[in-house]
Design a protein around this ligand. Structure first.
Ligand code: SF4
Length: 368
């Protein structure tokens, strides 16, 4: 993905970000029109396939086991219920499904096999499939790619300098490695940040600079506003002004003209006018549905109304890339073969028991 050659230094980026707001929006809107259809906005749905109980300490996250929040931990959803939810999201206009699991990292176990099946099934529904499962290695990324994964989400959250103030259980470098593994497997990258965590403008720019340094910057950059949840270390953070969100969306659009900039968490704190300015400034996607993993989000109907009023049209799936081809997963095939073999053995053993079985005769012992 391209980087705008006009803004290469931190100083020039800060100057851009702090421009008079309408000048900034105008510049962003002009660039947006050169690279994208300004009426198209993708509706994506975010589904928490495994909630809570996470061992990490991300200061904004109500799913971290160590914080006392209202989030109830749930084990991994079944493949069938994910398919049902995906169909529901599609019938409401979503062309992308992002499945999130509150894991520190992907482990090679039955749960991951089930995620592979979920990816295959949702890709078969002609939806773009994105996953956010924590850290992953190269082999795991290859399995996801072969299952039909379109994008992997792994946010850098903020600048390298501010990152340590919010998370201590994994390094910035770990995140960069996971993004690299997704890239090497041929999966598109979705990676962005959260504003309103107490960071400075320099940190917001520092986040963008981390993406500028990449050989291939992300195809998708979600911009989130912190939703301060009671019980997390960031519970007392004041909500940001919607102008800050508009500035961040516009700056991201100008710096990465080809990337899809996603207006993500925090929309409930914005009015329609504020969101309209974000679309004008280049936001090309929203998350639809009343929940964003565990935090609130506008209802489907509210968004439909907003689309009508603003004359927006939902973007079709795979408008920005080919639908991935699913390749049968050897590990799942082998597991299913063994399960079928075992079931046959058990069946045979049952038959054996039934045919040979003679009840034991009870001899009554009479004692004198
Ligand atoms: S953001 Fe992800 S890794 Fe961090 S605590 Fe929440 S679920 Fe765990």
């Amino acid at each position: 993905m391209k980087v705008n050659p006009t803004y290469q230094t931190k100083e020039s980026l800060i100057e851009l970000h702090n421009k008079p707001l309408l000048e900034l929006v105008f510049e962003a809107a002009t660039i947006h029109r050169q690279y994208h259809n300004p009426r198209e906005v993708q509706m994506s749905s975010l589904l928490s396939i495994k909630t809570g109980g996470c061992s990490e300490d991300c200061g904004y996250c109500p799913q971290a086991a160590r914080y006392h929040t209202d989030v109830e931990a749930h084990k991994l959803m079944t493949v069938e219920s994910v398919i049902e939810q995906a169909k529901n999201a599609k019938s409401n206009g979503s062309s992308r499904l992002c499945m999130g699991a509150a894991w520190r990292e992907v482990r090679d176990n039955k749960d991951f096999d089930n995620v592979i099946e979920m990816v295959q099934a949702v890709n078969d529904l002609d939806m773009e499939v994105c996953c956010t499962l924590g850290m992953m290695n190269e082999q795991q990324a290859v399995r996801l790619k072969q299952a039909g994964l379109f994008a992997y989400n792994h946010n850098l959250d903020s600048s390298p300098e501010f990152y340590g103030d919010v998370i201590s259980t994994r390094e910035y470098e770990d995140r960069l490695n996971t993004i690299d593994n997704a890239r090497k497997a041929g999966i598109t990258v979705c990676s962005g940040g959260i504003i309103g965590m107490g960071e400075a403008i320099e940190d917001r720019i520092g986040l963008l600079m981390s993406y500028m340094k990449m050989e291939n910057p992300p195809e998708s950059i979600p911009i989130n506003a912190l939703v301060a949840v009671e019980g997390t270390p960031l519970e007392d953070q004041k909500p940001i002004e919607q102008w800050e969100m508009i500035r961040m969306v516009a700056t991201t659009r100008i710096v990465f003209p080809e990337t899809v900039v996603r207006l993500s968490a925090g929309r409930t704190k914005m009015n329609m006018e504020g969101q309209a300015l974000c679309f004008l400034a280049g936001a090309g996607s929203i998350f639809a549905g009343d929940k964003l993993l565990t935090t609130p989000n506008p209802e489907f109907n509210e968004d439909k109304e907003m689309f009508e009023i603003l004359g927006l049209i939902p973007k079709m799936a795979f408008a920005d890339g080919e639908k991935p081809v699913t390749i049968p997963d050897e590990i799942i095939i082998e597991r299913k073969r063994k399960e079928a073999e075992r079931a046959l053995e058990l069946e045979a053993a049952k038959g054996q028991i039934n045919s040979d079985f003679e009840p034991r005769k009870i001899v009554q012992v009479v004692s004198n």
